[in-house]
Design a protein around this ligand. Structure first.
Ligand code: ZN
Length: 340
């Protein structure tokens, strides 16, 4: 392990863009598969590692959906959530806003109240037993249309779990215009939730403008195409609207061709508040520590720069002021004590 990798491994971190089911590591998938022996997913760790080796993007989607299929009851939801927190604790992630798609579970027949109880149980246990503070972003799976939007807004606003802080929109962008979701974001925002849609991952800067103007976006998921519009970059910098950048994900989904061509440096140089995230880490063969190492290379960061990057996520998070100050102080203390 290089010196910088060792620094990253111990650095206290916050993560703002990471999906629930997309965080199921082979270890977690094997536990879920063992609960449902009728599924096609192998339980043996070796066979599972092979299963997780994606041939192409279509194969990735196939595997992803087979993992979605393993989350069948409230206990699966609880187990997945708690075990994701355990993987986070190992990476020194202290705080995460986890993107959940309750629609996928309620559509499968898990009652909404049982779903909410399961995630809240996992959240409380993760905080007291693992030292990981979890908060939720409930996101609309865009491909499932307005029915999913209605259901997601209803669960978010009517059940309002204690850990819920934000409302999102994921899935494909092509053929799924953002403005149609405005009424649902209006409702969620009126209920006190923050707006954090995905935008500009696979489409142009117009989608990011729509997310800002129509959905009241306070942070942008990905925002990769922002660098195609200098006026937009300046707007994001001026209004301190952070970007949730996920470098390896962008390569895996072909949103960006190579890491060398990734626009993250251009974003940072324009004064935009850049945060680094892992999106669907085991699915993309990465984790947050690896993403920080990638960012260090692309942005030319040393330990001080990496600490500043970690603090960007604290600033951009929806923690309260006291919690932000505490985590920022922990990052500073760790950095100051690092080999000297
Ligand atoms: Zn995402």
């Amino acid at each position: 392990m290089s010196d910088l990798d060792a620094f990253i491994a111990g650095l206290p971190k916050a993560e703002l863009h990471v999906h629930h089911v997309g965080s199921a590591s082979p270890r977690i998938v094997s536990e879920l598969a063992a609960r449902h022996p009728d599924s096609a997913v192998p339980t043996d760790p070796e066979a599972l590692a092979d299963y997780f080796t994606f041939r192409d993007f279509a194969h990735f989607i196939e595997v992803y959906l087979s993992v979605v299929d393993l989350v069948r009851d409230a206990e699966d939801v609880r187990l997945l959530t708690y075990e994701v927190a355990r993987d986070m604790a190992r990476q020194q992630i202290r705080y995460a806003e986890l993107t959940l798609t309750p629609f996928s579970s309620t559509r499968r027949g898990i009652p909404d109240a049982a779903y909410v109880e399961a995630i809240e149980d996992a959240r409380k246990a993760a905080e007291s037993e693992l030292g990981v503070v979890l908060r939720w972003c409930f996101d609309i799976p865009g491909e499932a249309g307005l029915e999913a939007a209605e259901e997601t807004a209803r669960i978010a606003c009517d059940l309002q779990p204690e850990g819920l802080v934000s409302f999102g929109l994921g899935g494909p962008e092509i053929g799924v215009p953002r403005p149609q979701f405005k009424p649902y974001f209006d409702r969620a925002r009126a209920a006190g939730l923050h707006s954090v849609p995905h935008a500009g991952e696979t489409t142009g800067p117009g989608t990011i403008w729509d997310a800002l103007n129509e959905l009241g976006a306070e942070r942008i998921g990905h925002g990769t195409s922002a660098t195609q519009d200098p006026r937009l970059l300046a707007h994001l910098a001026e209004h301190r609207i952070p970007l949730e950048v996920c470098p390896t994900s962008n390569i895996a989904t072909r949103a960006v061709r190579t890491l060398e061509e990734h626009p993250v440096k251009e974003m940072a140089d324009a004064g935009v508040l850049v945060t680094i995230n892992s999106d669907d880490p085991p699915m993309f063969g990465t984790d947050l520590n690896t993403e920080y190492a990638v960012a260090a290379r692309l942005l030319g960061l040393d330990t001080t720069g990496l600490a500043a990057l970690a603090k960007n996520a604290v600033t951009a998070s929806f923690m309260d002021t006291t919690a932000k100050a505490k985590l920022a102080a922990e990052i500073d203390a760790y950095t100051a004590s690092w080999r000297g």
